[in-house]
Every structure is written in structure tokens, then in C-alpha cells.
Design a binder for this molecule. Structure first.
Ligand code: A3P
Ligand code: MG
Ligand code: MG
Ligand code: MG
Length: 343
């Protein structure tokens, strides 16, 4: 399974290197999707299905669906995905099978489950941080398992993240091995290993208890978070370091191994968070000893279907900093609301 993940990651890396403009589409919400997103989703779900005993039902909540690929004008990208997937299966050699274009479309739609509070569901973000992927920056392949509405397993492959700490270096670190695989199982802790296959090492969040020594992560994309709010939270808390802005759930991985102390995510009003953007990352952080909540201090609830139903934003940090972080988050939100409607 882990080996299969690595195959999939090297495919994503190869595609990232030579992706063509014809390999990128724009979805209905204007977000980008690439041949790598579709290809990764098909390959991960193929492995999961093949390894699931026939007696067990298979359910997957995944980000991508085939809608855009069935539209006129999508023939070239569908052709590219079909070629990429079939080539990868042959190169890997584990399974002998061939996908037709129709087979590709229906394999993508294997991820259409609604999830929910009962049973087991895989949760997959085949490429998280597609914008980072297209820029050549951070991205992650994020897989989690929901059991009776709770995340019990998470795997986060970050091909462009250095295996050593990124500290305050805004995502780059020289001379270090690149490619980190984080994993966590409920009650068993969290680990990181090299994507090239080094032994796994236990990880834990940092033990900083004075915000003066803390740094915080947020999205690289300004449109994904209210930076005036995150800036005011950091200032109120007394954080001195500038924000560390990187794409994708690599932020959760970096937080889980103590590269920074806090992750702040406050999308603009009206945005609804999806479970695949947080399931794997949040269990990696909680199993590394951290805490992940919404702005009211509630645990994230993955049992409500494809979306997370939460208050205002997501915060993650260690147990020492959480009480003071939660307090300033609530103050900053109150001030922001008062400024928006002063009466
Ligand atoms: N306006 C918005 N506000 C917050 N998150 C958004 C957003 N638009 C897209 N996203 C989500 O942000 C994810 C990337 O996270 P980050 O900002 O941490 O890099 C995207 O995942 P995908 O790249 O898988 O679509 C997408 O689900
Ligand atoms: Mg997307
Ligand atoms: Mg995502
Ligand atoms: Mg994605």
C-alpha cells in the first residue's frame, strides 16, 4: 500500500515536471484541475479497490468527478489521463489491466460517496494544493479513512517538502532530502519517513508555550484565507515571526513535526471547507500531540458528508498554546464583526 503510494507520488512528480497547458482545466468554481489530479485519484482508488476484500463494501469520498471531462472540448485531456494511467499501471507492474476512456470516467466517479456518520469511507484529495503543484511549490496527496464518522487513519505524501525541518524558511530548505510521507493511526501516534523509503520516525508537535517564540503557517494563496484576520490574531498573541506561507496539507505535516507552532485557516465568508482538505492532515497533527479545532474550539466533525460544518475557521497548534490562541481568535473575530457592522 505504502509502496503503491510512492509509485503514485512519482507519477504526480513526473507529471508536474512536464505538464502541458492542455493538461489543466478550470472547474465550475474556477479552481484548477489537472491530469495529475484525475490520474492520482484513479490510481489511489484502483489500489484501494484491488486491496479491499470482495466481501467488504467500498466507499470513497474524493474531490474530483468526471463532469468536466464529459463536456465537449475535454477530449484531449481525457486522452492524456487515459494514457498516463495506463502507462503508470504498466510501469508499476502490480496489476495487469487496461482502462478505456469510459473506464477512466467511471473510475473517477468511484469517489462520489457522500461519506457520513456510519460505516467506513476512504477520503481522498488526489492533489491537494493544485495551485502549488502548478507553480512547482508544495502539494500533497492526502488519504484518510473514516470509521463511524471519525478519522482513524491518515496518510499525507508531500513530494516537494524537505524531510528535515522547514523552520522559518518559507517552504524552502537547501541541501536536504526532499519528499516526506506522514502517517497516523488513531491511538498509535504519527510518523514521517522519506518518500524514497527511509525508516519511519515518530513525530510530535513543538513544545513552545510562549507565543513570542512561535511561528504560524497559513495558505500561500491570499484568496484562501483572510490575512487581515490572521495578522491580527498573530499580533494579539504576540507572535514575532512573519507567517510561513505554503500550499496544501503540507502545513499540517510541518506543524505535526514541530517546524512551526500554529496553523491558521480563515476562508472568506461563504466558503465551505471540504473533508478531504483536512481529514488526513488533522489526524497527523492530533496523533503528534496537537489540537485541531474550529474558531469556537469544537473538534472538526467529519461525519456530516462531503463538507465540514464549522464555525468561521480552523486553528491547529499544541496543547500549551491552544487556550490563549482560542481566546485571541475569538477576540479578533468579534472585532472584525464589529468593524463590519459598527451599530
Ligand atoms: N476560496 C477558498 N478559500 C479557502 N480554501 C479554498 C478556496 N478555494 C479553494 N480552496 C481549497 O484550498 C485548498 C488548498 O489549500 P491551501 O490554501 O492550504 O493550499 C484547495 O484544495 P485543492 O488544491 O485540492 O483543490 C481547495 O479545496
Ligand atoms: Mg481542487
Ligand atoms: Mg485540497
Ligand atoms: Mg485537490
Amino acid at each position: 500500500m505504502q509502496y503503491q503510494d510512492c509509485e503514485n507520488v512519482s507519477t504526480a512528480t513526473a507529471v508536474q515536471k512536464d505538464i502541458l497547458h492542455s493538461g489543466v482545466q478550470s472547474k465550475a468554481d474556477k479552481s484548477p484541475v489537472t491530469v495529475a489530479d484525475y490520474g492520482s485519484q484513479i490510481l489511489v482508488s484502483l489500489v484501494l479497490k484491488m486491496e479491499t476484500p470482495a466481501s467488504t463494501s467500498f466507499s470513497m469520498v474524493a474531490e474530483e468527478d468526471s463532469e468536466e471531462l464529459r463536456k465537449e472540448g475535454a477530449e484531449e485531456i481525457l486522452e492524456n489521463i487515459t494514457e498516463l494511467v495506463n502507462e503508470t499501471i504498466v510501469d508499476d507492474g502490480t496489476y495487469s489491466m487496461y482502462f478505456s476512456k469510459e473506464g477512466i470516467l467511471s473510475a473517477i466517479d468511484d469517489g462520489k460517496s457522500e461519506g457520513g456518520p456510519s460505516g467506513r469511507h476512504w477520503v481522498l484529495d488526489p492533489i491537494d494544493g493544485t495551485k502549488g503543484f502548478l507553480r512547482g511549490d508544495q502539494y500533497a496527496i492526502a488519504l484518510a479513512l473514516l470509521d463511524e464518522g471519525k478519522v482513524v487513519l491518515g496518510v499525507l505524501a508531500c513530494p516537494n517538502l524537505s524531510l528535515g525541518s522547514i523552520g522559518n524558511l518559507n517552504g524552502s530548505s537547501s541541501g536536504d532530502q526532499v519528499g516526506a510521507l506522514f502517517s497516523a493511526t488513531i491511538g498509535c501516534g504519527a510518523e514521517v519517513e522519506s518518500l524514497q523509503g527511509s525508516p519511519a520516525q515518530k513525530i510530535s508537535v513543538c513544545s513552545i508555550d510562549d507565543p513570542v517564540n512561535a511561528s504560524f503557517f497559513e495558505s500561500y494563496e491570499g484568496a484562501h484565507s483572510m490575512r487581515d484576520l490572521t495578522g491580527s490574531i498573530a499580533e494579539k498573541l504576540g507572535v514575532q515571526a512573519p507567517p510561513v506561507r505554503i500550499d496544501s496539507q503540507a502545513k499540517y505535516g510541518a506543524l505535526a513535526r514541530g517546524d512551526g507552532a500554529i496553523y491558521l485557516r480563515f476562508p472568506h465568508k461563504g466558503y465551505r471547507e471540504k473533508i478531504w482538505d483536512h481529514a488526513a492532515g488533522s489526524i497527523v497533527v492530533t496523533e503528534a500531540g496537537g489540537v485541531v479545532t474550529d474558531a469556537s474550539g469544537n473538534d472538526l466533525d467529519f461525519s456530516k458528508g462531503r463538507f465540514l460544518d464549522l464555525d468561521t475557521g480552523i486553528i491547529a497548534t499544541n496543547k500549551q498554546l491552544m487556550p490563549s490562541l482560542l481566546k485571541v481568535v475569538q477576540e479578533a473575530i468579534k472585532e472584525q464583526n464589529q468593524a463590519a457592522s459598527p451599530l
